[in-house]
Structure formats: structure tokens, C-alpha cells
Design a protein around this ligand. Structure first.
Ligand SMILES: Cc1cc2nc3c(=O)[nH]c(=O)nc-3n(C[C@H](O)[C@H](O)[C@H](O)COP(=O)(O)OP(=O)(O)OC[C@H]3O[C@@H](n4cnc5c(N)ncnc54)[C@H](O)[C@@H]3O)c2cc1C
Ligand SMILES: *[C@@H]1O[C@H](CO)[C@@H](O)[C@H](O)[C@H]1NC(C)=O
Length: 430
């Protein structure tokens, strides 16, 4: 539905993470000829990207049909597009609670399963699983007691090797003529450049930390959890939040025994994936309410730690949940050291809806791609379409993705547990 041919415009994309790369790739494929991408790291995938990871869940069950339909579209691409298929593993997604979960949580699960089962898209793909016996017969490799686990198994799901997928999209962008400037001097954005005209602030590009000026007709900000550093007016809508990620190292023989296990989310403990094919690492993430860092900003914003080394920690509470999970499911690895631990940062909104819109009062010169809320990676193959549509139509037609004004940000739409401020947590001794 092209409304306006905008392919001749120069486009500057700030951030070569999931949203930035997806956008550059789509626009280049659509015939845009002048695309420049900046990133603060000197490699892509950037070590600061939330998506630079061994794996991310790809699943389409949402309480919200908008995301269900889009995820199904994305999954089609993961299954069939030669750029994405090498990275996609359709192992299924097992989503359960353990016996430690409250009755209220269990009721939520029941309602949730019923709503998925009612959706024709998952016809025959989703089954209820309850109790140790059923789950053991589904996944014999779970040799621990898995006490009271129950929930559902969705076969139309799995995971993608997210770092490798980003790397291939990046290479394809280079092949298509997208220009990249990387690293702290030329790639790290320090500020946006504005020219005041007709009572609005027109964004005319950005300036790097080393002072390089980049001019463009459209500037697209895709800085993940860091977005508020550059656009503080997003503060009331977006919170930089992080979660702990940890791994254990398996031997090739141990990993072989776990090949093909589904992505498994034990909601009250942690989620994990089949061991990475190249490294045999098993990844865990306890997805509680997440952690904020308001302490480091003078502007009342929660923003990521600026360096990688500051983010190299795992909250002790996360270690506890991961150890409990290991005892329940893989007791043979219960005391294995946790390695490659770090905080993974993303841009969280109260309703978990993305923000894909023009920044107000910029005469459509400045676009923000944000609010991924921890479920953006799966859209990598189609996210660029959303941005192309915005550029061609000239406004965001999807109300959920509009700039949210000063709508208050309370709670989180779908995560368990309350958030905590990072300065208040005790790091695990690893
Ligand atoms: C623990 C965890 C688990 C997740 N699990 C899933 C999952 O299972 N499924 C799923 O779909 N999604 C998942 N996600 C979310 C997914 O990773 C994000 O939605 C996605 O990466 C968001 O893309 P982005 O481009 O907005 O941000 P990012 O991918 O984080 O990219 C931001 C980029 O901006 C760059 N940058 C930052 N500051 C500057 C600057 N000043 N100048 C230049 N460049 C800069 C960074 O280097 C980075 O490359 C998870 C995230 C986390 C943290
Ligand atoms: C897992 O199931 C719960 C309901 O128990 C649901 O709220 C949650 O969104 C599901 N998780 C995922 C990632 O689909």
C-alpha cells in the first residue's frame, strides 16, 4: 500500500540492533538508496544489543490478536526465507508453572490456554500438559522431579539464534549498499541535530561522540534500552529495564542428551533453551519484574549502564531461581558454575506495546522505534515493514504503536513479579 514514494530520501538509522538492522534491511530492499546506520559498538551484532544472544524465543501466542497475527507472519518468514531459516529451530515452546506457583497464577494459565486453543491459527498445535508424567513423556530428557509442572506445549514455536541472525541481516545490508559507521568515535551518537523552522524542531541528523556530523532527511532512532538518553521526552513512556542472563557449559556428550528439547518457560523460576549448537551452552533467564537503574541519571530516567563491564553481573535472586530450576529439571547440573552472566537491557512500556512513530513537533523528520518490551526480536524478519509503512503513510495508523504522550507507566502487561532498583540488589558470587 505505497502512498508516497520516499525512497529518494536520505535515511539515518541510529542503532544497529534488532530494530535498526531490520529497518535498514527492509528499506534497502524497498529501493531506498541512501541509508546510513550508526552504532556505538565496533562490531555487529553489537555487544550492547539485547538481541546479541545465543537464542530468543519465537512464539505467537499473545492475548492480543495484533501480535499473534504479526508473529505468525514472522514465523512464516523464519520457516521459509533463506536469510532466516538457518537460524530458526522449531523445537516447540513449553510454558508451565511449577507447584510453587500460586492458585491465582494457575488460574491465569487456564484462561490463557483456553484462549490459545480457541484460536484457529494454533489448530492441533497446542496441548495442555499437566503433571510430571505427561511432561516426562513429552520430554524424556527432563530427568529431574519437575514437581507439579503444568501448563501447555505449543508446537508452532521455538527459538532463533539471534546473534547469528543479526549478523546475516547485517551482511545483507552491506551487500545492498547500506553504509555503516561503527565504534565510539564515529558510531556512538551523542546528540541529535535540530534546525528550528516554522515553529517546529526539524531533526536534520545526529552528531557522534567524536564530533562527526551526519545529515539526513529522516532520522530513525533505534537505541533499545538507551533511547531515553537521546530522547528524554520518552521518559514517561519508556523505562530502560534489564534482566539477568546466565549459562552453564555442557560437554558435547551432555549436550547431545538434550538435543531438541523445547524452549521451556517455568514461569515462576526461569526459561531455558536447548543447548547452543556451536558452544553447547545452556542459557537461562529468570524473567521476574526486571531491574531499573534510576540511580545513575539526573533526569529521573532509568537507563542502562553505559559500559559492558558494569552489566556483567547476575542478581543473587536470579541465581537462586536458576539453581532451583536445575534441581527440578536437570539435577545432574545443579551445581555447575554459572558463566557468561550479564544484564540484558531493553525498552519497556507499561502495556508492552511497541512505539513506532514520529516524535511530535518534528515535522515527521524524526522517528522512534522503541518499547520493544522484551518481545521484539521475533519480529526481525518483518519489523522493517512496519517502519516502511510509517514512512510512506506519514503517520502511525496502528493506535497501539503511536507515541503515547504522558500516559502513566504502571505495572507490566504480562510479567510475573515486581521490579527492583539495581542499586538495591545483591550480585551473585560467581
Ligand atoms: C533477557 C532478554 C530476553 C529476551 N528474550 C526475547 C525473546 O525470547 N523473544 C523476543 O522476541 N525478544 C526477546 N528479547 C527482546 C529483544 O532482544 C529486543 O526486543 C530487541 O533486541 C529490541 O531491539 P532494539 O533494536 O530496540 O534494541 P537492541 O537490539 O538492544 O539494539 C540497540 C542498539 O543501539 C546501540 N546503541 C545504544 N546506544 C547507542 C548510541 N549512543 N549510539 C549508537 N548506538 C547505540 C546498541 O549498541 C545496540 O546495537 C529479550 C531481551 C532480553 C534482554
Ligand atoms: C506463558 O503462560 C502464561 C499464562 O500462564 C502467560 O501469561 C504468558 O504470557 C505465557 N508466556 C509466553 C512467553 O507466552
Amino acid at each position: 500500500m505505497a502512498c508516497k514514494n520516499t525512497t529518494q530520501e536520505s535515511v539515518l538509522i541510529l542503532g544497529a540492533g534488532c530494530f535498526g538492522l531490520a529497518t535498514a534491511h527492509q528499506l534497502a530492499n524497498a529501493g531506498y538508496t541512501d541509508i546510513t546506520v550508526l552504532d556505538k559498538d565496533d562490531v555487529v551484532p553489537s555487544r550492547f544489543s539485547a538481541a546479541n544472544d545465543l537464542n530468543k524465543v519465537i512464539r505467537a501466542e499473545y492475548p492480543d490478536l495484533l501480535y499473534t497475527d504479526l508473529s505468525l507472519k514472522a514465523i512464516k518468514k523464519w520457516q521459509t526465507d533463506p536469510l532466516y531459516t538457518p537460524h530458526y529451530h522449531e523445537t516447540g515452546f513449553l510454558n508451565v508453572t511449577s507447584s510453587a506457583a500460586t492458585q491465582q497464577t494457575k488460574n491465569v494459565v487456564e484462561t490463557y490456554i483456553s484462549s490459545i486453543q480457541a484460536n484457529p491459527a494454533f489448530d492441533g498445535k497446542v496441548q495442555r500438559v499437566s503433571g510430571e508424567d505427561q511432561i516426562h513423556s513429552l520430554v524424556p530428557a527432563f530427568n529431574g522431579p519437575i514437581p507439579g509442572w503444568s501448563g501447555y506445549f505449543n508446537r508452532l514455536a521455538g527459538y532463533a539464534h539471534s546473534a547469528n541472525a543479526l549478523r546475516d541481516v547485517y551482511r545483507d545490508c552491506v551487500r545492498l549498499g547500506v553504509k555503516f559507521h561503527l565504534g565510539p568515535k564515529d558510531g556512538e551518537v551523542k546528540s541529535l541535530l535540530f534546525a528550528a523552522a516554522r515553529g517546529v524542531n526539524i531533526c536534520v541528523g545526529a552528531k557522534s561522540r567524536g564530533g562527526t556530523l551526519y545529515q539526513a532527511q529522516k532520522t530513525i532512532v533505534a537505541l533499545g534500552g538507551n533511547v531515553c538518553n537521546l530522547i528524554p521526552s520518552l521518559g514517561p513512556q519508556v523505562t530502560g529495564r534489564c534482566w539477568g542472563v546466565a549459562h552453564i557449559q555442557l560437554s558435547p556428550e551432555e549436550a547431545a542428551t538434550l538435543r531438541g528439547i523445547p524452549v521451556t518457560n517455568v514461569r515462576d523460576l526461569a526459561f531455558f533453551f536447548e543447548p547452543d549448537q556451536a558452544t553447547n551452552k545452556l542459557k537461562f533467564c529468570h524473567m521476574g519484574g526486571g531491574f531499573t537503574n534510576y540511580a545513575w541519571s539526573q533526569d529521573g530516567l532509568s537507563v542502562p549502564y553505559p559500559t559492558l563491564s558494569e552489566s556483567k553481573l547476575l542478581p543473587a535472586g536470579d541465581e537462586m531461581q536458576i539453581r532451583k530450576l536445575l534441581r527440578d529439571v536437570f539435577p545432574q547440573f545443579a551445581n555447575r558454575p554459572l558463566i557468561d552472566c550479564h544484564l540484558c537491557w531493553f525498552a519497556d512500556t507499561a502495556d508492552s506495546d511497541y512505539i513506532i512513530d514520529y516524535v511530535p513537533n518534528t515535522d515527521n523528520s524524526l522517528v522512534v522505534l522503541s518499547g520493544d518490551s522484551g518481545h521484539g526480536f521475533k519480529m526481525l524478519p518483518i519489523f522493517g515493514d512496519f517502519v516502511q509503512t510509517l514512512l510512506e503513510i506519514g503517520r502511525q495508523a496502528e493506535p497501539k504503536w503511536q507515541w503515547k504522550g504522558s500516559k502513566s507507566k504502571v505495572g507490566s502487561a504480562w510479567r510475573a513479579g515486581a521490579g527492583q532498583e539495581l542499586v538495591a540488589i545483591v550480585p551473585a558470587k560467581l
